[in-house]
Design a protein around this ligand. Sequence first.
Ligand code: IPE
Ligand code: IPE
Ligand code: MG
Length: 273
Amino acid sequence: MVRSIESITEPHYQSMSKHGAQGTIQASALSRKLPRHVAIIMDGNGRWAKRRFMPRIAGHRAGVEAVRGIVRACARKGIEVLTLFAFSSENWRRPPEEVGLLMELLLSSLQREVTKLHENDVCLRFIGDRSAFAGTLGEKMAEAEALTRDNRGLKLAIAVNYGGRWDITQAARRLALKVAAGELSAEAIDEVLVQEHLCLADLPEPDLFIRTGGEQRVSNFLLWQLAYTELYFTDTLWPDFDDQAFEAALASFASRQRRFGLTGEQVEQLQSG
Ligand code: IPE
Ligand code: IPE
Ligand code: MG
């Protein structure tokens, strides 16, 4: 009989890392109906514009409106963390004109929104390879982070020039440098240590992943962090993703049984106390 979550999560095999997969399940994660952390691939802006015979950038502008809506909705619901994929490490491959306009839009949105975000107690951060943003954009990002650092409301992470492979690579590089400097032994590297060197290390893992725009792929978003995230795909294009669409995603999440490798029966026993 299953007595407690500890009896299940305790490592049973010596070969298993102390903090390995078995050791990290929290009972609360099994029965949570509202996600603590929502991560979104905001896709479909270009197609939204195309359907209206408008230039792609008009779709990106409409997408910014949808960002406002989701930030408001998450703050209102008390969701702790919202991570938004705004620009991937692969999006540089787009026509230079679109890339340039996207960077302008990022800068102007940042300048326009940051005061309001601060007033609403939002703590903002940017994740991704920042070396690409050495100029004004990089400065504004750092300023926005410094301004909102101590805010206690929604934690909003915007992924720009982000790639899941880059994230894991930079973690590996930082660990290797520590080993080379004699600060760490290679044998001490375990899943917890790798996780601690990734973006979002200090935040709960995403509970719910949403991708709008109909594609069913991860497109190099949070590869490590999504290991046990519930995936939700919708055909709704990002600029059309409103409160009602978000409610549908949350309802889908609430209806699922998360098992983290356990059996359904084990989960039910744990949930019944
Ligand atoms: C997502 O919308 C925004 C970015 C990738 C910057 P897209 O621009 O990819 O829109 P579609 O997929 O072409 O419709
Ligand atoms: C993923 O969308 C990246 C962002 C939404 C920022 P893409 O439109 O770039 O993804 P692919 O190329 O269709 O996989
Ligand atoms: Mg796309």
